[in-house]
Design a protein around this ligand. Structure first.
Ligand code: S3P
Length: 172
């Protein structure tokens, strides 16, 4: 495949709650592109929220659907795609995203991230089953899978609009 850089879809990765969806939507608006949220696509397929999917069918079923949804959608061009924080655990997903798309890592430090936990816990089954210490450990182990990216932006001291502007500028 010889897709020009300008045509490539952009994929946002990073830990839960770093702003992949919010920032993705803003970047999509600025670039006049369609935005796709993979978690929402999975929820549409199961017709229930992620927490219910985990309860009824288990994480494995969620991960299988995550892979098939990403495999089909990341082949499309000119999209802005946000994938769940666990998607890059799967080597197949990493490979397909890295070879077809521009992968942007949204980085945030633990000290900043932990302030957001209350907003996230109700909708994130992966957090519900863990203590704060275990979440911190997960946070640091996950850094490994996010090292597979093309570009990275640290969002500690930027608001979502500043991050979106930075990303759009960096694509010029
Ligand atoms: C998950 C992250 C979630 C969602 C699911 C599992 C994870 O996506 O895919 O709850 O394992 O990190 P967000 O990163 O959009 O919260």
């Amino acid at each position: 495949k010889n897709t020009s850089l300008r045509m490539q879809s952009i994929v946002f990765i990073g830990f839960m709650g770093v702003g992949k969806t919010t920032i993705g939507q803003k970047v999509a608006r600025k670039l006049y592109r369609d935005f796709i949220d993979i978690d929402q696509e999975i929820e549409k397929e199961f017709n229930m929220p992620t927490t219910e999917i985990f309860k009824k069918f288990g994480e494995k079923a969620f991960r299988e659907k995550e892979k098939s949804v990403i495999e089909s959608l990341s082949q499309q061009q000119l999209k802005i795609i946000s994938v769940g924080g666990g998607a890059f655990l799967q080597e197949d997903i990493r490979n397909i995203c890295l070879s077809n798309c521009i992968v942007f890592y949204l980085d945030l430090s633990w000290e900043y991230w932990k302030e957001r936990i209350g907003l996230l816990i109700d909708s994130r089954p992966v957090l519900q089953s863990r203590s704060l210490e275990e979440i911190e450990e997960l946070f640091y182990t996950r850094q490994e899978i996010y090292s597979y990216h093309h570009s990275k932006v640290n969002t500690n001291d930027l608001d979502v609009d500043e991050v979106a502007d930075f990303i759009v500028d960096s694509l010029k």
